[in-house]
Design a protein around this ligand. Structure first.
Ligand SMILES: *[C@@H]1O[C@H](CO)[C@@H](O)[C@H](O)[C@H]1NC(C)=O
Ligand SMILES: *[C@@H]1O[C@H](CO)[C@@H](O)[C@H](O)[C@H]1NC(C)=O
Ligand SMILES: *[C@@H]1O[C@H](CO)[C@@H](O)[C@H](O)[C@H]1NC(C)=O
Ligand SMILES: *[C@@H]1O[C@H](CO)[C@@H](O)[C@H](O)[C@H]1NC(C)=O
Ligand SMILES: *[C@@H]1O[C@H](CO)[C@@H](O)[C@H](O)[C@H]1NC(C)=O
Ligand SMILES: *[C@@H]1O[C@H](CO)[C@@H](O)[C@H](O)[C@H]1NC(C)=O
Ligand SMILES: *[C@@H]1O[C@H](CO)[C@@H](O)[C@H](O)[C@H]1NC(C)=O
Ligand SMILES: *[C@@H]1O[C@H](CO)[C@@H](O)[C@H](O)[C@H]1NC(C)=O
Ligand SMILES: *[C@@H]1O[C@H](CO)[C@@H](O)[C@H](O)[C@H]1NC(C)=O
Ligand SMILES: *[C@@H]1O[C@H](CO)[C@@H](O)[C@H](O)[C@H]1NC(C)=O
Ligand SMILES: *[C@@H]1O[C@H](CO)[C@@H](O)[C@H](O)[C@H]1NC(C)=O
Ligand SMILES: *[C@@H]1O[C@H](CO)[C@@H](O)[C@H](O)[C@H]1NC(C)=O
Length: 789
């Protein structure tokens, strides 16, 4: 909304401490006040002030508000008349009866005739304006500040179309029953200055910057989202450190009936679009049908779109349908049905709707919406998926062949299997979890696939006894991994969830710090990150509870167990029998793994509220889910450790091969260190060879350096095929794979540049692999510890 010039000027002229003589310390009984006097009541600690402020909407009008006294960006925490500003002749007064009034308006909740005219108006250090028994804290408008009791209060904005009840966020647009779009299950009690919200059941939410004593406020914003803002004293500005709704389109009421909420250029802006077959009605935001539906109707498929029918009887019906045809027939048989949602996953999700409410496009909608239009409708759907083997996406049904028993199998076998697999993938991908062709700009959003935030209450706190039972007394039979951070046990919770239980060693920090860090880690949500479900910090134990990822780590797939199994120069696999027969990952899967890992790392580096370095990217830390969907584990744990520990630990473990030169040079560690490690992993994915474990005589050479070897093969000898994993070299088809593999190799070489500033950011890396940015020829990587070439 444009602000009129004169008002801008007025806002500019308005300074927090208006005129010094008009300042009153914390308490006054001097009435009436009129706007032009510029009087302010300032809290004893000078943080808050109460007084008249010019209305943002209309010049010459004023509101009476409590605001931050020393912050130049006007920030109110309470106001008596935000929606109905008064003019310059109105005053703040105490009626003879002791009633506190602004113009004609009585303060909400203020005592009527039983008031006491000789009471004073005072402003506490917390920002509570009080008059006798009346207190502004009990009647908040849209903001809660630390030490304010949240219980029994309601925040509302936009004339109550959005409300926060202390527990739920509710939209009431007037065209339907009020709907709750967020519920925390438990009442919010208070917010403290450290950035923690306490809930009724003892659970808590914490902000991304938890721990610093800052000015903070919890605000129901006009867009219907509930956010916590912290004031950065150095930058002197507010920033969002927590929000209830990470996906803005899931705030019902962001767009009106018949509209579909989508994202703008960035994920934090929304746009409302008409579905195909509808047009914007001139002069309004409304969408209307171009052609009314007659008896003859058809359906347009809108991928990733969800509409809700509304609360009236029959407006939203979960229909029992064993297949698509049944579901479609269900809608056709109801003259009022305007469309249906259907999932192709065999879960029998079929929902018939009679109204097009709360429409949204989201990559997390696993269904398509079938919009009923007249047979004559000529609009085509603009919400389509595209089918391509190489477009990533995780949840598709994938099955890989096991390596043949005879280890010296021919490449042809593998090639056949690969082709079969590709066919399967194409049909599986046809429906879901694919990118939209039309809306190319939404591609990046795929990164947020599965990006759901923590349920209320943060990570669950497990008792030691619970975990002991789950893991069968931490029996060695249940050990599924031994990592630098500690042993990992497989366990089964009482609710039958299978978990990986990681007992940490050498963790620094006390209970509170540990818990704060864990909460932050648990907030990192991405399809390609192993999910943290809870923790235990009892009896000096430090235990993390993760989702269990069934297929184990990438190294088991890439590198054959034991040296004898390494393919030799001729491409034969030595060793008669492989102890651990893991399926061979084909090129499509390898590509998906590379892209998934890159996206998750980009998320950690660039999209989290909290900046997270992994510091230990290697195949062991990349786990493969049921469909070989890669999931990074151990991220964020470096936060629990000191840098020196990390270095010595890594050296000890021999993962130096993945460590960026700056670790050795003890330079500053930036996210680019992770980029380097990722580059190594990427090369290993392509070559199937451990970077520090290369076969044959090459290894003996002092000069041998894996990235340089790859670079020479690809750029000097111009022969990509030379570096490919022998196990599946045979299935390499330059027509199908060359582009993809060269992209992976080039990206890897860029990541492996000696100088951190030469390496691309993780977000760029993901785009490079994806093929959405052009990759220029990289410079030859040098061996850092021998100095520059
Ligand atoms: C109050 O502030 C306005 C704008 O800063 C100024 O024009 C006016 O003179 C002030 N009034 C008094 C009484 O100081
Ligand atoms: C209020 O401020 C004055 C100085 O401005 C100080 O002496 C006094 O202790 C403060 N009182 C409270 C209750 O903080
Ligand atoms: C007000 O802010 C200024 C910086 O803009 C700071 O120097 C000053 O100490 C602050 N005053 C109070 C009372 O907080
Ligand atoms: C500002 O004006 C708009 C429309 O003109 C109105 O919807 C809104 O409630 C007003 N806001 C305030 C704070 O008065
Ligand atoms: C100011 O508002 C009061 C009450 O709302 C009204 O009676 C008065 O006429 C208004 N004055 C001006 C100058 O608009
Ligand atoms: C009114 O308030 C004053 C000061 O707070 C107090 O002394 C007086 O007793 C109160 N009177 C009544 C009737 O409550
Ligand atoms: C206001 O300040 C005075 C001292 O300046 C202090 O005694 C009193 O408690 C303060 N009142 C409030 C409401 O903070
Ligand atoms: C908040 O208010 C409720 C009801 O008035 C009261 O029961 C509760 O004790 C208060 N909590 C705190 C922390 O002040
Ligand atoms: C959206 O985010 C960008 C940075 O990611 C920021 O610059 C911009 O101000 C944000 N816009 C809104 C409306 O919050
Ligand atoms: C569709 O039907 C409504 C009444 O049900 C009518 O008002 C509207 O004009 C019709 N639209 C068209 C394009 O015929
Ligand atoms: C769908 O299910 C119905 C019965 O539930 C069955 O009669 C029909 O043949 C099925 N159609 C297809 C295409 O499988
Ligand atoms: C569509 O939205 C409704 C209401 O929010 C929700 O219950 C339903 O699960 C959603 N459907 C899908 C497929 O996401």
């Amino acid at each position: 909304m444009p602000i009129p010039g004169p008002l801008l000027l007025a806002l500019f002229l308005f300074l927090p401490f208006q005129t010094s003589y008009a300042q009153i310390r914390n308490q006054t009984s001097d009435f009436p006040w009129i706007p032009s006097e510029n009087r302010t009541l300032v809290s004893n600690n000078s943080v808050f002030a109460a007084g008249f402020l010019p209305s943002r909407n209309s010049s010459g009008q004023f509101i009476f508000a409590v605001y931050y006294a020393n912050i130049s960006e006007r920030t109110t925490i309470w106001s008596v008349n935000d929606d109905s500003p008064v003019n310059g002749t109105s005053s703040l007064s105490i009626a003879a009866s002791g009633e506190l009034r602004l113009g004609g308006i009585r303060f909400t909740g203020a005592p009527t005739s039983s008031g006491n005219a000789s009471q004073t108006l005072s402003l506490s250090d917390d920002g509570d304006l009080s008059f006798g028994n009346w207190s502004s804290f009990r009647y908040p408008t849209n903001t809660i500040v630390p030490n304010q009791n949240i219980t029994l209060t309601t925040l509302s904005v936009k004339k109550e179309s959005f409300r926060f009840t202390g527990k739920e966020l509710i939209f009431n647009g007037g065209y339907d029953e009020p709907v709750s779009y967020y519920s925390s299950n438990n009442e919010f009690l208070t917010l403290n200055e450290l950035g923690m919200i306490n809930l009724e059941n003892g659970a808590t939410f914490i902000t991304a910057d938890y721990g610093d004593r800052l000015l903070r406020r919890l605000k129901l914003d006009d867009d219907g989202n509930l956010r916590i803002y912290s004031f950065d004293p150095k930058l002197r500005q507010w920033s969002v450190v927590w929000q209830a709704m990470p996906e803005l389109c899931k705030i019902t009421g962001t767009c009106g009936p018949n509209l579909i909420c989508m994202y703008g250029d960035t994920y934090n802006t929304t746009v409302c679009n008409c579905p195909p077959g509808f047009r914007q009605f001139p002069g309004s935001d409304e969408c209307r049908r171009k052609t009314n539906v007659t008896k003859d109707s058809k359906f347009l498929q809108l991928d990733y779109v969800n509409f809700t029918g509304g609360s009236g009887p029959g407006n939203q019906v979960y229909f029992e349908a064993s297949n698509f045809t049944r579901c479609e027939a269900g809608c056709l048989n109801d003259p009022k049905c305007v469309g249906f949602g259907y999932k192709y996953d065999g879960q029998r999700y079929c929902v018939l709707v009679r109204q097009l409410y709360y429409g949204l496009w989201s990559p997390s909608t696993e269904a398509a919406f079938f919009l009923r239009v007249d047979k004559s409708e000529s609009d085509k759907t603009t919400f389509t998926g595209l089918t391509s083997v190489l477009e990533t996406t995780c949840p598709v049904q994938v099955s890989l062949p096991l390596p043949p028993d005879e280890s010296n199998s021919t490449a042809r076998n593998i090639a056949i299997i690969s082709t079969l697999f590709a066919a399967e993938l194409i049909s599986g991908v046809a429906f879901f979890w694919v990118f939209l062709k039309k809306y190319v700009k939404y591609r990046d959003m795929a990164r947020t696939f599965g990006l759901e935030f923590l349920p209320a209450g943060g990570p669950k706190r497990f008792s030691y006894a619970e975990l002991k039972t789950a893991t069968n007394d931490f029996s060695s039979a249940n050990v599924v991994g031994k990592g630098g951070f500690g042993d990992v046990y497989k366990g089964v919770l009482t609710d039958h969830r299978i978990v990986a239980v990681k007992c940490l060693k050498n963790v620094t920090g006390g209970d509170n710090e540990f818990w704060a860090e864990v909460t932050i880690i648990a907030r990192m949500h991405h399809l390609n990150l192993v999910r943290l479900w809870g923790f235990c910090a009892e009896k000096g134990q430090r235990i993390l509870v993760y989702e269990y990822v069934p297929n184990g780590s990438l190294d088991k797939f890439l590198f054959r167990s034991g040296k004898a199994d390494y393919p030799n120069e001729n491409g034969d696999v030595e060793g008669a029998k492989l102890l651990d027969r893991k399926p061979i990952l084909d090129w499509g899967i390898r590509y998906r793994i590379a892209l998934g890992v890159a996206r998750a790392m980009a998320y950690l580096h660039e999209e989290c509220l909290e900046w997270v370095l992994h510091c230990d990217i290697k195949p062991e830390n990349i786990l493969l889910g049921a469909d070989f969907c890669p999931k990074i584990s151990d991220f964020g744990l470096s936060k629990l450790r000191k840098k020196e520990d990390m270095v010595s630990y890594s050296r000890m473990r021999g993962t130096r091969g993945y460590m960026a030169p700056e670790w050795v040079k003890s330079d500053q560690i930036t996210p680019k260190a992770d980029v380097y490690s990722f580059g190594m992993v990427l090369l290993e994915i392509v070559t199937g060879v451990r970077n520090f474990d290369i076969q044959g005589s090459k290894m003996d050479s002092e000069e041998w350096y894996f990235p340089r070897w790859a670079f020479d093969k690809v750029y000097k000898e111009m022969n990509v095929e030379d570096i490919l994993d022998n196990q599946i070299k045979g299935s390499y088809d330059s027509r199908l794979h060359e582009d993809m593999i060269t992209r992976m190799v080039k990206t890897a070489i860029w990541c492996l540049q000696d100088r951190p500033e030469m390496r691309p950011s993780m977000g760029k890396v993901a785009k490079m692999i994806e093929g959405t940015v052009e990759i220029i020829e990289p410079k030859k990587p040098t061996i850092f510890f021998l100095g520059d070439d």
